[in-house]
Design a protein around this ligand. Structure first.
Ligand code: PNS
Length: 167
């Protein structure tokens, strides 16, 4: 069985992430969506919350499993016997960071490949950070995140008093 991993922070999952996950399902028998720790990022949602949001967003995707892992991606891929990790590439700006990670992961686990999937042109500009920023300014994010998590994002921005420029 060919196993692929879609790793990320997913804070929160966006339509761009969902696109990469659903296209990965055509390549692998089983797709593991792994919510990992990116030490460079301060997150809006806890790992458990992000897993829950992802589970709801992928509920209709049969061969998709959502997990959390607080260690190295290379180690997790080894544990699960994964053939490859799939990363979405939006623009040239993503490349250097992703290339560095791919080379590092290859050193840590030579059996693991990294596949770069070009993002759908509709999602070229989309990122979790952009979604959070739009929501912080009270903008409409309904085209950018799955409908089933929309209220969760809006609610958390309000709860954490992150709304900017609103009375
Ligand atoms: O969505 P992100 O934040 O760009 O995803 C990055 C992530 C979480 C996949 C990356 O930081 C990661 O793999 N974290 C786990 C720890 C690890 O393996 N670090 C070494 C990668 S070179």
């Amino acid at each position: 069985m060919k196993i692929g991993i879609c790793p990320g922070s997913f804070d929160p999952v966006t339509m761009g992430h969902l696109d990469i996950i659903s296209r990965s399902r055509k390549i692998f028998d089983h797709v593991i969506v792994a919510v990992m720790i990116n030490p460079a990022k301060k997150t809006l949602f806890t790992v458990e919350e992000r897993i829950d949001l992802l589970k709801r967003a992928t509920a209709d995707m049969e061969n998709v499993e959502v997990v959390g892992f607080a260690g190295l991606l290379a180690e997790y891929a080894r544990q699960r016997g994964a053939t490859a990790v799939v990363k979405g590439l939006r623009a040239v700006t993503d490349f250097e960071y992703e290339f560095q990670q791919a080379l590092t992961n290859k050193k840590l686990n030579p059996d693991m490949e990294t596949l770069f999937m070009t993002t759908n042109s509709e999602h070229m500009f989309l990122s979790s950070s952009i979604v959070k920023q739009i929501a912080m300014f009270g903008g409409d994010i309904s085209n950018f995140v799955p409908e089933c998590i929309l209220e969760d994002v809006k609610k958390r921005i309000c709860e954490d008093q992150l709304l900017i420029g609103q009375k």
